[in-house]
Design a protein around this ligand. Structure first.
Ligand code: MG
Length: 389
């Protein structure tokens, strides 16, 4: 495949992991708009959505982690270009000289993250669980493989863009913005009866069910603090969170001379996805700016008593090692139980706190250590969910 040039630089072919999800489908849209070739797509299931993507990309390798009953149809329709099993996904991430967009949901994304970085690829990371579960391993893989780790998450993309041309030593602190989610302004009493449909009704961003629930508890912001720590090598004491319900400012960086930079715009994930693919160039796209005149923006401190997950994130981050993997695993189980209406909204932080307390954290040597901490946390979280349902 020939090199495609945009601006001054060569645009790598794309490997899109989690292709049928929210990030994956928007990545496919961006890729076709800017003319980026797609060499591989991966998804968990042999779904109709993945089938349609495979038809639309006749040269792409297709990977299905858990094909189930759909295997036969994919095999007969796509022959040699379809590959099955989790190993196929991690192999796709290692295709040389590609940009790997990791939009996998959950801790399963870590293997592909490590695979892409050890292969020296540019990794456009939307799977924040990679850094939450295995941040130290991701940094090791980055150093060993000589690849690039770039954010897709809107807040981190904003920080990344604010840091263009700046020295690390010039950073005073990072300020992540949080929409506050659908329950902003409510107290614990009001949250006792919070339903799944209320939690999934996010005011500004359209995302998958787990991340939307995590936004309602502020756990998503807790993960993003940890993500920022590993991406930008900034101490937890120098990462702050501010509630900004309009989601217009995607984050701030304050510098040592008191200057503050921010990145603004109408919320649209296609912008950070595209920048992660084209950086250092910008490519024209009709993603909309925003009308400055008439725009009202407000900022306030988070209510950490009503939303304890944010504090739990700092706590796990400061403990370090496997503690953040445990934070993620316990939350994944608790959110799943909440979405299945087996526990209540306010049970989520209690379950996570209890599981975190039971865990004896250590620095993971490899992905198996992370997997062991993850499995232990899941088992504890399942027990805690059962006690409450
Ligand atoms: Mg975000």
């Amino acid at each position: 495949m020939g090199d495609l040039r945009v601006g001054r630089h060569t645009l790598n072919p794309l490997v899109i992991l989690g292709a049928t999800g929210s990030i994956g489908s928007q990545t496919i849209e961006v890729a076709s708009r800017i003319g980026a070739p797609v060499v591989a797509v991966a998804a968990n299931r042999a779904s109709d959505e993945l089938h349609a993507i495979a038809l639309a990309h006749p040269d792409a390798m297709i990977c299905v982690a858990e094909p189930g009953e759909g295997r036969d149809r994919f095999e007969s329709d796509f022959g040699d270009r379809v590959h099955f099993g989790p190993g196929a996904v991690t192999q796709a991430a290692a295709i040389p000289n590609t940009t790997v967009v990791n939009g996998v949901v959950g801790a399963a994304g870590l293997r592909s993250t490590l695979s892409a970085l050890y292969a020296g690829n540019r990794l456009a990371l939307a799977n924040k669980e990679s850094l939450v579960a295995g941040g130290s391993l991701v940094r090791e893989a980055l150093d060993a493989g000589g690849g690039e780790l770039v954010p897709v998450d809107s807040e981190h993309s904003a920080i990344w863009q604010c840091l263009v041309g700046e020295e690390h030593s010039s950073i005073e602190r990072l300020i992540l913005t949080a929409s506050g989610g659908p329950f902003l302004g409510m107290d614990r009493d009001g949250l006792r009866s919070a339903s799944v449909s209320q939690a999934l009704d996010h005011p500004t961003w359209a995302m998958g069910p787990r991340i939307t629930t995590d936004s309602a508890t502020l756990m998503n912001k807790a993960f993003e603090v940890i993500e920022a720590h590993y991406l930008f090598d900034i101490a937890y004491d120098d990462i702050d969170v501010v509630i900004h319900p309009q989601s217009i400012v995607h984050s701030f960086v304050e510098f040592i001379d008191g200057v503050v930079k921010a990145e603004f715009g109408f919320p649209d994930m296609r912008k950070p996805i595209q920048y992660a693919i084209t950086e250092p160039d910008r490519v024209a796209a009709n993603h909309g700016g925003f009308d400055i005149a008439g725009t009202t923006m407000s900022f306030e401190d988070p209510d950490t008593e009503t939303f304890p997950c944010l504090g739990l994130g700092y706590e796990a981050g400061r403990i370090g090692g496997t503690a953040t993997a445990v934070l993620n695993a316990a939350d994944e189980v608790a959110v799943d139980a909440f979405l299945g209406e087996r526990i209540r909204f306010l049970d989520i932080p209690e379950i996570v706190a209890t599981v975190l307390e039971r865990h004896d954290a250590s620095l993971p040597r490899d992905i198996e250590d992370v997997a062991a901490a993850d499995a232990e946390a899941r088992a504890y979280a399942v027990e805690e969910c059962a006690l409450r349902s």
